[in-house]
Design a protein around this ligand. Sequence first.
Ligand code: 5GP
Length: 210
Amino acid sequence: MNDHRLATDTDDGLVLIISGPSGAGKTTITRGVERSIPGSVFSVSCTTRAKTEADVEGVDYHFVSDEEFERLRASGEFLESAGVYGKKYGTPRAWVHEQIKRGRLVILEIDVQGAVQVKKHLPDAFAIFILPPSEDELLARLQSRKRESEALIAARFAAAKSEIASARASGVYDVFLVNADLDEAIARAVDLVVSERRRRRETRAAVRTP
Ligand code: 5GP
């Protein structure tokens, strides 16, 4: 693993997984953590879902065809991949490994299926699951976005509840963080990551010092 180290490589690299149901505020929290922690990078996934007006190619996702996605998956380009709402999503393996070597905080905003796969390959990854304060609040948030039909909102609500249940059952999350207030949730997530990195740095130093 250490054969090809560059002068810029450090041991400080950490993979941060952030998951949570739609409507829990996960994307805002993810971007808040990225802005607050110097040297952090957001992993841009490949997806087969359609690009919306809010999406920027190469910033939010790499939008690819189904054929391209399958070609990438077959050639082992993904660290993990999963089907979400009938569309495919995958995390670029080589890029993530490169960033870890550079000592970056590599943020993966992925679902529970993806988190389980990443933890299998990278057990040191730190995983946070964002929870809404309550089911009623989650439903209210999904309804307030007004961009979706009642049927779609009901489907997202059911999916959110089952995502929370599978996150709890998966055993891969280090922390379940309740988002009652966005600024507080971002501050708490930043604090958790900073403390975790410091703890790991101290453990490494203690191992090196006889
Ligand atoms: P959206 O299409 O709304 O941006 O994302 C839908 C869901 O897919 C979210 O739960 C998001 O976290 C998840 N997701 C996004 N990228 C990836 C990925 O690369 N891998 C996995 N497993 N899930 C992803």
